[in-house]
Design a protein around this ligand. Structure first.
Ligand SMILES: NC(=O)c1ccc[n+]([C@@H]2O[C@H](COP(=O)([O-])OP(=O)(O)OC[C@H]3O[C@@H](n4cnc5c(N)ncnc54)[C@H](OP(=O)(O)O)[C@@H]3O)[C@@H](O)[C@H]2O)c1
Length: 342
């Protein structure tokens, strides 16, 4: 399957490296790349460092010239609106392309509409790396737990906050924790997005929209972070066997993100550094979950890769593709009564 990459930053370059490494096993030639600054087109497949010409006048023109079957959308996450990634995805669907993305924005802001558009157009829409970069979250239910209904979830989903709290527990300052997160490339731009809980709210919206059909945006989720937490308070809690984490909680239509005091023995407190954890409450499988241990950009790229392979599999296995079914019947999307929506 030919790929068009929108964005050629850390994740997209890791996807391109993986495509090169795996090309003897799976063929995903990259026939087009567009960034803010340029475009490269190669109908037989581009090298890892192609020559870029000027950017095209529109994403539509890029998609037409790339003549790909899948758009891999890897532009930066816009936490306010999810754009321009939402428009990129719509343009791809309109041309009959499947879409894979690691971008939270479209799923946090427009999931149900994009899902339904993909279904109407008979194309696939995948986003495994949008949360917990490659560790199974959505595919867990798609493939391992068919028919299982997600009733709620609890998660520790923001790495920067974990690093800040741990730095303060060691006697360092809030800013020293942030500096470590920046050094690791975890915190970029305005770090209050992480420490105020908005990154967790975006991930909570993504998970709830996909697995509980919540139809929320991050802005509708009550959020309280760790910005006012002092080193003294953290040390005092630590002396009493307690710690703090920004915890996402969803139960039915009730969603919230809040800094919580936890016993250090709590499984949620066992998540250290850049690792993340999510626990699902389900009807048929009780409590189950996924942990992402020290995620890397290569694992995020693997999540994108697994989505690509899943599209190939769904198109060749004889199993009805997602787009050919009524989305109401998809086992991994749990529909809830509209009256419960926030
Ligand atoms: N990094 C991770 O480990 C990770 C993990 C999970 C999810 N994600 C998500 O994956 C996506 C990509 O992340 P990244 O770390 O690879 O980002 P990045 O390194 O900042 O790269 C972003 C790329 O997008 C391009 N771009 C920006 N605006 C564009 C536009 N309007 N049209 C076309 N291209 C545009 C940039 O072009 P220029 O080079 O010309 O500026 C750049 O090539 C993000 O949505 C991120 O949230 C990342």
């Amino acid at each position: 399957m030919r790929l068009a990459l929108l964005g050629y930053g850390k994740v997209a370059r890791a996807v391109a490296r993986l495509a090169k490494r795996q090309r003897g096993l799976h063929s995903f030639p990259i026939t087009g790349i567009q960034t803010r600054h340029g475009m490269a087109i190669g109908v037989r497949g581009l090298p890892l460092d192609p020559a870029f010409g000027p950017p095209p006048p529109s994403v539509e023109e890029f998609l037409d010239r790339a003549a790909a079957q899948v758009l891999v959308e890897l532009t930066p996450h816009n936490p306010v609106t999810g754009e321009p990634a939402i428009s990129h995805i719509r343009a791809a669907f309109a041309r009959g392309l499947h879409v894979v993305t690691a971008n939270k924005g479209p799923i946090a802001h427009a999931y149900s509409d994009l899902r339904d558009t993909a279904a109407r157009r008979g194309v696939e829409f995948r986003f495994e790396s949008a949360v917990m970069g490659g560790a199974p979250v959505f595919n867990l239910f798609r493939h391992n737990f068919p028919g299982v209904k997600v009733l709620g979830f609890t998660g520790v989903l923001n790495s920067t906050s974990n690093l800040v709290i741990e730095a303060m527990e060691r006697g360092g300052s809030f800013d020293e924790g942030l500096a470590e997160a920046r050094r690791l490339g975890i915190a970029v731009g305005d770090a209050s997005y992480d420490t105020e809980g908005w990154d967790s709210a975006a991930k909570t919206a993504v998970i709830a929209n996909v697995l509980m059909d919540a139809r929320v945006t991050p802005q509708t989720i009550p959020t309280k972070g760790i910005t006012r937490l002092t080193q003294e308070r953290v040390r005092e809690l630590s002396a009493h066997g307690k710690t703090v984490r920004i915890v996402s909680r969803a139960r039915g239509s009730s969603l919230r993100v809040r800094a919580e005091v936890l016993d250090k023995t709590d499984i949620l407190a066992s998540v250290k550094g850049v690792s993340n954890l999510i626990l699902f409450d389900t009807d048929l499988m009780g409590r189950t979950g996924t942990i992402s241990i020290e995620p890397t950009v290569d694992r995020t790229a693997y999540g994108v890769w697994s989505d690509l392979m899943d599209i190939v599999r769904s198109r060749t296995s004889g199993v009805a593709p997602q787009g050919s079914r009524n989305p109401e019947q998809q086992c991994f999307i749990q529909k809830h009564d509209d009256s419960h929506r926030p």
